[in-house]
Design a protein around this ligand. Structure first.
Ligand SMILES: [Zn+2]
Length: 237
């Protein structure tokens, strides 16, 4: 086998291992695009308020929904989809996937898939960001792309809108995937910030400042702009 063929084979192997065990955190691109993602909803008050803000700036986003909440608010799931956003799977009851077994992980994912009426794209966001090799491989077997992030505003903590705006504006780059929450579902923190008003205010300010400069698109659309960057994501805290 010549050197070129070897190189190609090596790159194919590396890529297929990456897509199996690694996790997408952002996209390598020079295009001025980024993806906002919102976890833990839908929420009867905050999700509609969020939809209004996104609509105002013509921003599209990806909503990683919890199955239990989606089952209770099916109308909101449909509303989010109808507005052109993408819906992804964030498990049924938001457990840490490294603390449950394979059978339970499969149940959590499949049940949510039904509640969300997912067809086509299958994106998963690990609850609490927890993942190990076994849980990652289960998502591969279930035919999901695992999507994490490379920008957060730590909106699960008590913070002012300005503090969150600084983290967002200081870190959003072409290809960024941004983690935010339109609800806080079964948090393990001692003092979770259930009130989403500060996040909504921070988002409004950020979009006001950045939407001339960036197009905010769904994760599947972002993936069309460049090569996804895969990171080995092994996290339990
Ligand atoms: Zn979550």
């Amino acid at each position: 086998m010549n050197i070129k063929a070897r190189k190609i084979l090596k790159s194919i192997r590396r890529r297929s291992i990456s897509t199996t065990v690694d996790t997408i955190t952002h996209v390598k691109t020079t295009a001025p695009v980024a993806a906002l993602t919102f976890d833990d909803g839908p929420h009867p008050n905050y999700t509609p308020a969020l939809l209004n803000i996104l609509d105002q700036y013509k921003a599209k986003a990806t909503f990683f929904m919890v199955g239990e909440a989606a089952e209770r608010h099916k109308d909101l799931v449909e509303k989010v989809k109808a507005a052109g956003h993408t819906v992804g799977n964030h498990s049924w009851s938001h457990p840490s996937f490294i603390e449950i077994d394979r059978k339970k992980r499969q149940e959590e994912v499949r049940r949510t898939e039904k509640a969300l009426n997912l067809n086509g794209v299958r994106l998963f966001r690990p609850p609490h960001g927890h993942q190990n090799l076994a849980s990652r491989l289960d998502l591969f077997r279930l035919d999901y792309k695992v999507i994490c992030w490379n920008v957060t505003a730590q909106d699960w903590l008590e913070q002012t809108p300005d503090e969150m705006v600084n983290q967002l504006i200081g870190n959003i780059r072409p290809g960024s995937i941004i983690l935010l929450h339109d609800a806080i579902y079964r948090s393990r923190l001692p003092k979770p910030q259930f009130n989403r008003e500060p996040m909504l205010e921070a988002l409004d300010i950020t979009l006001h400042k950045l939407s001339q400069q960036f197009d905010f698109v769904t994760v599947p659309d972002l993936l069309q702009y460049g090569r996804p960057v895969y990171t080995y994501w092994n996290r339990s805290d």
